[in-house]
Design a protein around this ligand. Structure first.
Ligand code: ATP
Ligand code: MG
Length: 289
């Protein structure tokens, strides 16, 4: 009888299981819309009532700028990551996650700063697995229990920081521009994803969508390139293209998401970002742990 009860006690309570998912917006190519897509999709998820955290893991700190929260010279995500590594005690600072969290925007943010560009060098000599620093940090701080979705804005690189992001993510979204450079870049990205999978230390994330961005279908070459990329990547969904939209530029200049506007001209973009959020939530409903 006692063994029956002890067995029963060992089962984790449903509330103890981490419910959150980490979704990264990734492409090693610069200027394809990672930050734009991550920011507006995060707000689209929040509009649906989900609790969302944005993680800025780009030393350029563009996402933090959209939240009006660049933290160069102050404590930010880089310091929290270093704090989470016991071997680097000499570099620890006194701040905790809640000291760094920006919480007043409807979507929370852990901001970045320029110091993040030194991440790779800072962790070069540690013995614990360097690819799992972000994953361990999120687990140790219960962030997957506190949030439904953690949206990560990635730097335009494929270094250790991005490998950390891949190891911590359950899903990735890939904005791209329809050109030959992007085609090559995507192939390289899939090589790295394959490497992560082969490392066997974590489950590789699912690719949820390819997002053609800033597309101009009047350009014949662009239409052709988009068709080729879509066909080559037919194993994963390619959504309808996002066109060049002045409203996106304007909303970013005002540090607002497209959901902050009531006027009709923002409705199509709101629908598009709600659509991206829908892809994420639908996938999550079917996600098997
Ligand atoms: N669909 C769009 N229409 C018009 N402008 C856009 C669109 N998408 C992105 N932009 C603009 O293009 C620029 C680059 O976008 P963004 O910063 O999101 O790219 P990124 O991939 O995050 O760049 P980086 O690699 O440097 O981080 C920004 O000025 C943004 O406002
Ligand atoms: Mg960016």
């Amino acid at each position: 009888m006692a063994s029956f009860f002890s067995k029963f006690k060992e089962q984790p309570h449903a509330d103890d299981l981490p419910k959150g998912k980490v979704i990264s917006f990734l492409n090693q190519k610069g200027g394809v819309g990672k930050t734009t897509m991550a920011y507006n999709t995060a707000f689209a998820l929040a509009e649906e009532g989900h609790k969302v955290l944005c993680l800025d893991l780009d030393p350029q700190a563009n996402l933090s700028l959209l939240f009006d929260a660049e933290k160069t010279g102050e404590t930010h995500i880089h310091h929290l990551l270093i704090n989470s590594i016991r071997e680097l005690k000499a570099l620890h600072v006194g701040s905790l996650v809640d000291d760094v969290l920006i919480k007043d925007k409807g979507v929370d943010l852990l901001p970045a700063g320029q110091e993040l560009s030194g991440f790779e060098l800072s962790v070069a000599g540690i013995n614990s697995p360097r690819q799992l620093i972000l994953k361990t940090f999120l687990e140790k701080n219960d962030l997957l229990k506190r949030y439904d979705y953690i949206i990560v804005d990635c730097p335009p690189t494929l270094g250790l920081l991005v490998v950390n992001i891949l190891c911590a993510s359950q899903g990735v979204m890939i904005p791209f521009k329809a050109d030959e450079f992007s085609r090559k870049g995507l192939a390289h990205f899939y090589d790295v994803l394959g490497d992560v999978s082969e490392m066997g230390i974590t489950r590789a994330p699912d690719v949820l969508a390819h997002i053609p961005n800033m597309v101009d279908l009047r350009r014949k070459q662009e239409s052709k390139d988009l068709k080729v990329i879509t066909e080559e990547r037919e194993h994963a969904l390619t959504v309808d293209p996002f066109f060049n939209r002045a409203q996106l530029v304007k909303s970013q200049a005002q540090k607002k998401s497209v959901f902050s506007y009531k006027s009709k001209e923002y409705l199509p973009l709101q629908k598009r970002f709600s659509g991206l959020a829908g892809i994420i939530t639908k996938w999550n409903e079917q996600y098997e742990h």
